[in-house]
Write a protein that binds this ligand. Structure first.
Ligand code: FES
Length: 101
């Protein structure tokens, strides 16, 4: 499925990057289209920050609450062999969280 209204990177444009900010949000830099669960889309070519702590009052965007609540997350991504291994790691991590609670 394609959406012609989505920002389209040119061959010379830098790729969109998603960066984890230590103890904070996800930084999305570059052309991006965010779609909510109702299908509403928000297109941007500027840098946006998405809440990772779950406490923002302006979800999915970060409003700075992570700093007030002492959100701690500084894990580093590790190279994955392919998309399947990334998905498997995420599922495994979710299972461990469920088992720990
Ligand atoms: S990460 Fe900033 S408010 Fe949640």
């Amino acid at each position: 499925m394609t959406d012609s209204s989505a920002p389209q990177p040119s061959n010379q444009a830098k790729p969109t990057t998603i960066k984890t900010v230590d103890n904070g949000p996800l930084q999305i830099k570059g052309p991006a289209q965010l779609v909510d669960h109702d299908g509403n889309s928000f297109s941007t070519s500027r840098t946006i920050f998405l809440c990772r702590c779950g406490e923002s009052s302006n979800k999915p965007f970060c409003d700075g609450t992570h700093a007030k609540i002492g959100f701690a997350a500084s894990q580093r991504a590790t190279p994955a062999q392919d998309d399947q291994s990334v998905q498997s790691e995420g599922l495994r991590a979710g299972s461990e969280e469920t088992a720990a609670s």
